[in-house]
Design a binder for this molecule. Structure first.
Ligand code: GAL
Length: 430
C-alpha cells in the first residue's frame, strides 16, 4: 500500500515539473531544504544559560555577529551549573556522531583525558600560528591544552575557584573579621550561628559541595600536598586527607538544609540578600552579582577561601573544534573570535573572569576582576577538580559518586576509603 502511494506521489511530482517546464536542479533542492549554505551557521555548545553566564556568552556572540554577519550563531546551551547536564547531553551526541561544531571544554585533564583521548576534537596549531596566539596565551596554560605537541583548544578565560564570598554587612553587624585560616573561619561561623544568622555558609546542589570540598582539601593540605593528590605523591588514605574531611564535615554543619535543591545562583544569592554570611563559589558568582545590580565591596566582599591565601585555584573555559564538525569553516571563525582580544574583553567583564590572553584591557574590568588579575600574576597557581583541570571525567565521576554517598551518610572513613580507591582505579595511584 505504502509503495503504491509513493509511486503515485512520485508520478504526480514528475508531472508537475514537466507541466511547469522545470527540471529539478541541485540548487532548487538546496533552496527548499535549507535556506542558507552549510557554512553559514555554527552550533556552539555550553551550559551558559542564565545568571551572568548567558550574558557573557551573548557579549562575545555580539562581537562574532559584527565580524561575521553572514554566519548564524546557533546557541546550543543546556542548563545546569558546571555542565552537569550539558556534559551528559554532549556525550550522547558525540557517541551518536552528531557533534556540535564547537563546545566548552575545560583546559586540563577534562580536555586531554576525555575529548583528545577520545579522538573527538581537531588540533588547532594552524590557528595558533595564523593568529599569533602563542605570544599572547599564558605559557602555563599551553601544556594543559596540548598533547604530543598538538594544541587542542582556545581558552577564553581564567576563573578562580577558591573564592570566599561574604556579605560585608552581616559580618560587620556581628563584629566578625574576614577569616584567613580554617580556625578563624570556624570561630566566625560559630559566632554567626550563636547570633542567629539563618545560614552561616550557603551551599547548593552536589557539584557545589564538590567545589567546596576541593577548596577545603587545598586549605587543609596546602599547595604541594594538594598537587600531590593528582599526581599520586600524596596518600589519599593519609592523615592529611582525614584532617581535610574532618574540616569538611564541620563546615557542612553550618550550611543550609535545602542545599540539594538550590542552584549555585540560588546559593550565592543568599549572601547578597543578607540571608547567608558566606558562600564558596568560583568567580562566575561575581558576574551574577553584577547582573543582580549588587555593588562590590559594600553588597558583596571576597577573599581567598581560608587556608588558601596566596594561592589561585584556577580553571579555564576553552572552546574546541569538533572532529568532523558539520560547519568547520564557521567553527573556525567562532574560535578566532573566542581567542581574540576583542572577544575576550567583551566576554570576561560580564562573565566574571579574567581574559586568558595576557593583553586584556585592564580598564574594562571591575574592582574584583582587577584584584583577580593581580592574584593570577602573583599567586601560586593550582588546578580545580570540579572544573576539569586536575582529573579526567572518569576519575572525577568516581569522586562524585563517593561524595554523593558521603553527603547522605556522613561517614568520613567510608568517604576517604572510596577516595583512595578512586585514585587507584581511575587516577595515578597504582
Ligand atoms: C564551570 C565553568 C564556569 C561556570 C561554572 C558554573 O564549570 O567553567 O564558566 O559556567 O561552571 O556553571
Amino acid at each position: 500500500m505504502q509503495k503504491k502511494l509513493f509511486v503515485f506521489i512520485s508520478v504526480l511530482l514528475i508531472a508537475a515539473f514537466v507541466l511547469s517546464g522545470c527540471t529539478p536542479k541541485p540548487t532548487d533542492v538546496v533552496k527548499t531544504e535549507e535556506p542558507k549554505p552549510a557554512s553559514s551557521q555554527v552550533e556552539v555548545f555550553s551550559w551558559w544559560t542564565g545568571g551572568g553566564e548567558a550574558a557573557g556568552l551573548e557579549a562575545m556572540q555580539k562581537v562574532f555577529a559584527t565580524k561575521y554577519p553572514n554566519i548564524e550563531f546557533v546557541n546550543a546551551a543546556v542548563a545546569g551549573g558546571a555542565g552537569t547536564n550539558a556534559k551528559a547531553v554532549l556525550a550522547t551526541r558525540l557517541q551518536a556522531g552528531n557533534p556540535p561544531d564547537s563546545w566548552q571544554g575545560h583546559a586540563g585533564q577534562e580536555l586531554i583525558g576525555t575529548y583528545v583521548d577520545g579522538n573527538q576534537i581537531e588540533p588547532l596549531n594552524f590557528l595558533y600560528e595564523e593568529e599569533g596566539w602563542l605570544d599572547v596565551m599564558p605559557e602555563t596554560l599551553i601544556p594543559l591544552i596540548s598533547k604530543d605537541g598538538k594544541i587542542y583548544s582556545v581558552p577564553v578565560n581564567i576563573h578562580r575557584a577558591n573564592v570566599l564570598w561574604y556579605n560585608p554587612k552581616v559580618l560587620a553587624d556581628n563584629n566578625i573579621a574576614v577569616p584567613t585560616t580554617m580556625d578563624e573561619w570556624f570561630a566566625a561561623l560559630d559566632a554567626l550561628k550563636a547570633a542567629g544568622v539563618e545560614t552561616p555558609l550557603a551551599m547548593g546542589e552536589q557539584w557545589t559541595a564538590m567545589h567546596l570540598f576541593e577548596t577545603v582539601l587545598l586549605g587543609t593540605l596546602g599547595n604541594d600536598k594538594y598537587n600531590g593528590l593528582w599526581d599520586g605523591t600524596t596518600d589519599w588514605a593519609g592523615a592529611d586527607v582525614t584532617a581535610a574531611i574532618d574540616n569538611y564535615i564541620k563546615l557542612l554543619e553550618y550550611t543550609n538544609s535545602d542545599a540539594t535543591s538550590l542552584t549555585w545562583q540560588d546559593a550565592s544569592q543568599l549572601v547578597v540578600n543578607g540571608q547567608a554570611a558566606f558562600n564558596v563559589m568560583g568567580d562566575w558568582a561575581e558576574g551574577y552579582f553584577r547582573e543582580l545590580g549588587k555593588a562590590p565591596e559594600t553588597e558583596y566582599g571576597w577573599a581567598p577561601v581560608p587556608g588558601t591565601v596566596g594561592t589561585f585555584q584556577f580553571l579555564s573555559d576553552s572552546f574546541v573544534l569538533a572532529m568532523n564538525a558539520p560547519h568547520r569553516d564557521a567553527a573556525i571563525a567562532w574560535l578566532k573570535i573566542a581567542g581574540s582580544k576583542e572577544g575576550q574583553d567583551a566576554f570576561n567583564p560580564v562573565k566574571g573572569s579574567i581574559p586568558a590572553r595576557k593583553d586584556g584591557d585592564r580598564a574594562l574590568y571591575g574592582v574584583y576582576l582587577q584584584s583577580a588579575m593581580d592574584d593570577w600574576n602573583s599567586n601560586v597557581v593550582v588546578g580545580s577538580l570540579t572544573h576539569g583541570v586536575v582529573a579526567n571525567d572518569s576519575w572525577k565521576s568516581e569522586i562524585d559518586t563517593a561524595l554523593g554517598l558521603f553527603l547522605s551518610a556522613k561517614d568520613g572513613k567510608a568517604f576517604q576509603d572510596a577516595l583512595a580507591a578512586a585514585c587507584k582505579s581511575s587516577g595515578p595511584c597504582k
